[in-house]
Design a protein around this ligand. Structure first.
Ligand code: FAD
Ligand code: DHB
Length: 395
């Protein structure tokens, strides 16, 4: 079999939010790139995940000319509702943050828009690649070897490599001298997709003695709901009747609000962990997104944090190609980590605030309720939560 070779400026591994945003940012700066993705286009576009976009992520999509469908089909929320002790409290983010909103536009819709626009402009995304290997990372001519979808061995010669290949991808293993921080939670989420109209016009996060529950949306016809479960639970532990019974108990309030039921057409258990890799570069390899850090989903930060890494890397690369200076690239890890640790803190805080932890006693439960009560009655505390939720500004 012949061993073909091609060349580009930046080789990107992974067509998730991090890799695809990076491809668009580089294209805008006139920097060439090739994206290598192990899954098929159908699989990438068909994996239904989170839906909450921070304000600056929405602004970036608009800036890149990718916001048209999001403006049409996304849901724009002024704030969120916190429910606890049988009461509902609205946090008005638009008021608290000087006009910032929450946009619910699912990740797979973002990816469809990014992929279509990149391919329409002649961008290269190779789906279905296998056996990705990284080489010569500490030289100025790193290489990626891989097998194409058609089984052909291939080499991509680059100036730089972005290892944006998610939590299970190979790139992180190539970062020498890294330390990894991890925190595990003694619970998980059971997520369901339901055919039903929205029960409420905004997201509801509920803390209840029986555990956390979250009401979110996907479209006018499809709703997304989550229920705190044990990390070892499986779908078999949750027949539909039990799911509805738990959701009603955890979400309903004394004021007569009720949850609209519908046909559950997808169920899954999601694990919860916090993870940070404290070195995100090695020679000419830069890692980012889920390859470098994981947050529990409660703060809705995963996608947004991945895109922030791509913005910082694109700035460093733009500076390098314009001036030949590598300082900004050298600072990539430090710049990213400042934002990452704040998002880790916020996601950990929201998770502990809203879940019932079997390892905690009645004292800690009362402390959590006092914290919630403080958040909904103090403008300062509500503002702190709001500015983190809508997204801290990019450095
Ligand atoms: P990814 O989206 O994982 O993209 C990485 C890409 O790299 C993938 O397409 C993968 O196929 C590809 N890849 C992997 N290995 C290779 C290889 N060897 N060669 C080439 N390509 C490779 N966040 C929230 O905020 N709320 C949620 O509800 C939520 N739900 C989630 C549910 C699940 C099941 C998962 C896994 C994540 C969820 N997240 C959620 C997190 C959020 O989706 C991620 O933070 C976000 O996708 C990170 O983007 P990324 O580009 O870094 O990684
Ligand atoms: C969704 C997921 C989250 O983790 C979250 O905090 C809010 C919404 C969602 O899937 O829509």
């Amino acid at each position: 079999m012949s061993h073909a070779a091609v060349r580009t400026q930046v080789g990107i591994i992974g067509a998730g939010p991090a890799g695809l945003f990076l491809a668009h940012l580089l294209h805008r700066q006139g920097i060439e790139c090739v994206v290598l993705e192990s899954r098929s286009r159908e699989a990438v576009e068909g994996t239904i995940r989170a839906g909450v976009l921070e304000q600056w992520t929405v602004d970036l999509m608009q800036d890149l000319g990718l916001g048209e469908r999001m403006q049409r089909e996304g849901h724009f929320h002024r704030g969120i509702t916190l429910r606890f002790a049988g009461e509902s409290h609205h946090l008005d983010f638009e008021d608290l943050t000087g006009g910032k909103r929450v946009t619910v536009y699912p990740q797979h819709e973002v990816l469809k828009d990014l992929i279509a626009a990149r391919l329409a402009h002649g961008g290269e995304i190779h789906f279905g690649v296998r056996d990705v290997g990284l080489h010569d990372l500490t030289t100025d001519r790193p290489r990626i070897t891989y097998t194409t979808q058609d089984g052909e061995p291939q080499t991509l010669h680059c100036d730089f490599i972005a290892g944006y290949d998610g939590s299970q991808g190979p790139s992180r293993q190539y970062v020498e001298g890294r330390s990894e921080y991890q925190h595990l939670y003694p619970f998980g989420w059971l997520g369901i997709l339901v055919e039903a109209p929205p029960s409420h016009h905004e997201l509801i996060y509920a803390r209840h003695a029986r555990g956390f529950a979250l009401l979110s949306t996907r479209s006018p016809e499809i709703q997304r709901l989550y229920l705190q479960c044990r990390p070892t639970d499986t779908m078999a532990d949750y027949p539909d009747e039990l799911i509805w019974s738990e959701l009603h108990q955890r979400l309903e309030t004394a004021d007569g609000w009720t949850l609209t039921e519908g046909r559950i057409f997808q169920k899954g258990v999601i694990g919860m962990r916090s993870f940070v890799c404290d070195r995100m570069q090695h020679g000419r390899l830069f890692i980012g997104g889920d390859a470098a850090h994981i947050v529990p989903p409660t703060g809705a930060k995963g996608l947004n944090l991945a895109v922030a890494d791509a913005v910082y890397l694109s700035r460093g690369l733009e500076c390098f190609y314009r001036t030949g200076q590598q300082d900004e690239l050298d600072r990539y890890t430090d710049t990213c980590l400042r934002r990452i640790w704040k998002a880790e803190r916020f996601s950990w805080y929201m998770t502990n605030l809203l879940h019932t932890n079997p390892a905690e006693g009645p004292f800690e439960q009362r402390i959590r309720l006092a914290d919630l009560d403080y958040v909904v009655h103090s403008r300062a505390a509500a503002t702190a939560l709001a500015e983190n939720y809508v997204g801290l500004p990019l450095d």
